[in-house]
Design a protein around this ligand. Structure first.
Ligand code: UD1
Length: 422
C-alpha cells in the first residue's frame, strides 16, 4: 500500500482548482437508471469512488464512459437493466446504496447488498428503507441483501418525516419518487448542496421537484424522465480541506470555484480562529490574519451547520491553536480515529464519547502515522505540513477515494509532499 511523505516547510502560497463534488457525483450517476436517455455529467471528479460507482452501474447494465480524462461522464441506461447490486462492488462504498431508489422506481424491484464504506459508525439504512416502504415498497433483508419490490409493480407517492435529516436517504427517496404515481413530501429532508444539485439535475431530466435546499421537498411523480447535461457542483469538502492549508501553515491560497455559501459555517469558525476568507470572482481567497491560530469550539451538524466531513481536518488546525478547543461530533458516533494518530505527532487531545478536547501546542512533530478513513487521512497530511520534520502517512488508499491528484494540488502551493509507492 502506498504512503505519503510530508515535510513541514513554512508558508503555502498559490492557487488550487477545486474539483466537482464526489458526494454530488455519486448521487447524480445512479440517476441514469431513471431514464432510457443519455445523462452527461461535466466537472466530474477523478476519484476511485467514482470508478467504483461506474463499475456498479456497468454491472447493472448501464453504459458509463469517461471523456476528457474522466472529467465528463457519459451515462446511458437504454438496455435491459439487471436489478441485482452485488456485494463485491457494493461493499467498497456506502454510496452504492444510492442505486436502490432508482432501480426500484424503474424496474419495480431491486436486490442490493448492504454497503460498506468508511468505518466511522454504524451507518444503518433504516431511513432509506422506511422511506421507500412509505412509497409502497416491500423490503426484506436476506443473506446480507435488501430485496425490495414495489407493491403492484409501481411506487406511489406518500408523505413522510425522516427521523434524521439523512443525506443518502433523502437522495434515494427523492430519486424513487420522481417516477412514483402521485405526490411525495419528504419532511426533515437533508438540505446539503449535493441534494440541491441532484434535484436540479433531475428537474432537467423532466422531474417535478420543489423545495430542495429546505427541509420540505415535494415531488410530483411523472411517467418518464428524459436525458440531461449537468455540471457537478463544487466539492465543498475538498474546498474546506485546502482552505485549511494556509490556515495551518500561513501564506495565502486562492481556491478556484469555491463559493462562500458552500462553506459558510466553516468559514465563520475559521474567522473566529484568526483566518481570513474572502470571496473573489474566481473563488475564495484564504490567509492567516497574523499571529497564532486561536482556539474555537466546533459542533458538527447537518448542513448548513459545520460539516462532519471537515471535523478531522479542523482538529489538525486546532492542535496548533492558542488555547483549548472542544469539538463535538454529532453526526457519527466513531469519528475521532485521527486523534490517536495526531497524538503521535505531539498533539494534546482527550476524547470522551463524542467530544474531543484539544489543547493547542506550539508545534507538532513529524511522525509515522496511519490513515484510518478518508477525511482522517487528509487531516494527517495537513498536520504534517505544519509539523517539524517528516511525517509518513500510511494506508493512503482512503485518500484516493476522495481527493483527486492530492500531491499535485498541495505541491502547486509549495508544499513538500510525495507518494511512496508500495
Ligand atoms: C453522506 C456523505 C458523507 C457525510 C454524511 C453526513 C455521501 C456519499 N456521503 O453520507 O460524506 O459524512 O452524508 O454529512 O454523500 N443514518 C441512520 N439511518 C439511515 C441513514 C443514516 O441512522 O438509514 C444515520 C447515520 O448513521 C449517521 C447520520 O444518519 O449517523 C447521517 O448519515 P447520512 O446523512 O445518511 O450520511 P450518508 O448519506 O451515508
Amino acid at each position: 500500500m502506498d504512503s505519503i511523505l510530508v515535510k513541514g516547510n513554512g508558508a503555502l502560497n498559490g492557487v488550487i482548482p477545486i474539483a466537482g463534488a464526489k458526494n454530488a457525483c455519486l448521487a447524480l450517476m445512479p440517476a441514469t437508471l431513471l431514464s432510457e436517455e443519455p445523462l452527461t455529467l461535466t466537472n466530474a471528479p477523478r476519484l476511485s469512488d467514482i470508478a467504483t460507482m461506474t463499475q456498479l452501474l456497468q454491472s447493472l447494465g448501464a453504459e458509463v464512459a469517461g471523456l476528457q480524462e474522466g472529467k465528463v461522464l457519459a451515462l446511458s441506461s437504454l438496455g435491459p437493466i439487471n436489478h441485482v447490486a452485488d456485494y463485491e462492488i457494493v461493499r467498497k462504498m456506502r454510496a452504492s446504496n444510492l442505486v436502490l431508489g432508482p432501480l426500484l422506481a424503474r424496474e419495480g424491484h431491486a436486490v442490493v447488498s448492504l454497503p460498506g464504506g468508511c468505518a466511522i459508525g454504524a451507518r444503518p439504512m433504516d431511513l432509506h428503507i422506511h422511506g421507500l416502504e412509505a412509497l409502497g415498497a416491500e423490503i426484506e433483508l436476506k443473506d446480507g441483501y435488501l430485496h425490495a419490490k414495489a407493491k403492484g409493480g409501481k411506487l406511489r407517492g406518500a408523505q413522510m418525516t425522516l427521523r434524521m435529516a439523512s443525506v443518502g436517504a433523502t437522495e434515494n427517496i427523492m430519486m424513487a419518487a420522481t417516477l412514483a404515481k402521485g405526490t411525495t413530501v419528504i419532511n426533515n429532508a437533508a438540505r446539503e448542496p449535493e441534494i440541491v444539485d441532484l434535484a436540479q439535475c433531475l428537474r432537467k431530466m423532466g422531474a417535478q421537484i420543489d423545495g430542495e435546499g429546505s427541509s420540505r421537498i415535494e415531488i410530483q411523480g411523472v411517467d418518464r424522465l428524459g436525458g440531461a447535461t449537468h455540471q457537478v457542483v463544487t466539492d465543498r469538502i475538498e474546498l474546506g480541506t485546502y482552505m485549511l492549508a494556509p490556515a495551518i501553515c500561513g501564506g495565502e491560497v486562492e481556491l478556484l470555484g469555491g463559493r462562500m455559501h458552500l462553506v459558510a459555517a466553516f468559514a465563520e469558525k475559521l474567522d473566529q480562529a484568526g483566518v481570513s476568507v474572502t470571496e473573489t470572482e474566481a473563488g475564495l481567497k484564504v490567509s492567516r490574519k497574523g499571529g497564532r491560530i486561536r482556539a474555537v469550539d466546533v459542533t458538527t451538524e447537518p448542513f448548513p451547520g459545520f460539516p462532519t466531513d471537515l471535523q478531522a481536518q479542523m482538529m489538525a488546525l486546532l492542535c496548533t491553536a492558542e488555547g483549548t478547543s472542544v469539538l463535538e461530533e454529532k453526526i457519527f458516533e466513531n469519528r475521532f480515529m485521527h486523534a490517536p494518530e495526531l497524538l503521535r505527532m505531539g498533539a494534546q487531545i482527550e476524547v470522551h464519547g463524542g467530544t474531543a478536547t484539544v489543547k493547542g501546542v506550539e508545534k507538532l512533530r513529524g511522525a509515522r502515522v496511519m490513515a484510518t478513513d478518508l477525511r482522517a487521512s487528509v487531516s494527517l497530511i495537513l498536520a504534517g505540513l505544519a509539523a517539524e520534520g517528516e511525517t509518513v502517512v500510511s494506508r493512503v488508499y482512503h485518500l484516493d477515494r476522495g481527493y483527486e491528484r492530492v500531491e499535485e494540488k498541495f505541491r502547486g502551493i509549495g508544499a513538500h509532499i510525495e507518494r511512496i509507492k508500495a
